[in-house]
Write a protein that binds this ligand. Structure first.
Ligand code: ZN
Length: 157
């Protein structure tokens, strides 16, 4: 299957607000979503957002044990006041890693790749990946929020 190319900063698409995917267009993205997920695994990412491969649309994928989780038009409907620092890196920002403060717990609503409505709670690393990827949909990169640069474990989002 064809793989997609990851754009890196300062590509302007990474700074754009991505567009919502109309519900009746979801089916036509099926193969492309498959490619996006393969691209994430190829580059050892644990999450990826559509703008990272040049599509300014609101689709993100989170790596999971069994199969990747696709979230279309994801919205954070609740986020905890309690925060935690965690290490992040980004496929679009090669070579930089650092600590970012994010909510410990969030509640998310989104559509899956079949257009089915999802609503679920996420915490810790799972919440962090979702928040990092949703930031991509809003033109925000983790380096905008970096509290400290690190050289530890490499988490690529
Ligand atoms: Zn990223």
């Amino acid at each position: 299957m064809k793989k997609l190319t990851i754009l890196t900063t300062p590509h302007p698409i990474l700074r754009k607000i991505a567009k919502e995917v109309p519900t009746d267009h979801i089916a036509k993205y099926r193969d492309w979503i498959e490619m996006l997920s393969e691209t994430m695994y190829r580059d050892n990412g644990i999450g990826i957002a559509a703008p990272q491969v040049g599509e300014s649309i609101r689709i993100i994928i989170i790596a999971q044990a069994e199969k990747p989780l696709t979230l279309i038009n994801p919205v954070i409907i609740k986020s905890s006041e309690a925060t935690e620092l965690g290490e992040e890196g980004c496929l679009s920002v090669p070579g930089i890693f650092g600590l970012v403060r994010r909510s410990k717990k969030i509640k998310v609503s989104a559509l899956n790749q079949n257009g089915k409505k999802l609503r679920f709670d996420a915490s810790h690393l799972f919440a962090r990946v979702i928040l990092h990827e949703i930031d991509h949909l809003n033109g925000i990169l983790f380096i905008d929020k970096l509290e400290r640069e690190t050289r530890g474990d490499k988490v690529l989002l």
